[in-house]
Design a protein around this ligand. Sequence first.
Ligand code: CP
Length: 312
Amino acid sequence: MRWTRKDLLDLQSLSADEILAVLDTAREFKAVGERTIKKVPALRGKTVVNLFVEPSTRTRISFELAAQRLSADVINFTAEASSLRKGETLKDTARNLEALNADFIIIRHSAAGAPHFLARVLGAHVVNAGDGAHEHPTQGLLDVFTMREKKGRVAGLKVTVVGDILYSRVARSNVWALRRLGAEVTLCGPPTLVPPAFQRMGCRVTTDLRLAIADADVINLLRIQHERQRKTMFPSLGEYTSLFGISRARLREARPDVLIMHPGPINRGVEVDSDVADGGHSVILEQVTNGLAVRMAVLYLINGGESSGVAN
Ligand code: CP
């Protein structure tokens, strides 16, 4: 399948076929990454700019490496050292990058909708690397890729997402992709962070962790996003951990083959104990590895590539 999209802004608007095209293409790129020569010429002559106006470790480095593996030239824009600090607008900044022949702008921004705005004003391809509490589409894709790789399917999987759902762009992107591919999604956390309105996205909503994890094939744990919360959403971190943290004892109440996932960064001892994060059920670092293949697939498909041509 050939993608016809100029940009990747969210997963809400993607069809199941478009999501599956990314997953299938990423599988091919993962195989390329296991070869001695890991580079392909698909984006030779193209310029990719990482425009990160919010901190990132995994996503920024993963996009940088993905672009390099596709033979693109890569520019890492550092917001703190840029003229954004002198009052230049995001639009002017991005248009100047385009004037320097940027073909792709990968943007992370604290404002929901910033990538959509840039996509309207730029001819360059725009990829959303996380916008406020709205969406983090490549994280959603790499999470679904990892589930499909480990469990052999997505349709019918029972996936429980635990934590700060309200402020989580990862949760929203997971829900859109998982529901589109036929998984059953349960959202669990304190009532202030998991409002019943999420049921309208086709999810089961509960505050009972025991119920939420009992029959789950996958438990995806989220960080408390203190940077986005405008008020205290629960009494204390200690209380949060005792009710919603996953310890080894808690894990015994889940299925023996359950997968533990986390998008990172982890707050060890809060949403997950170290012996679970580093234990046999955890695929947290495999998610990071898969993120590289997924981001290569996204850049490749947006550039007009087809899955069958990946290995050349
Ligand atoms: N998962 C994720 O987005 O991590 P970073 O903030 O480090 O990119």
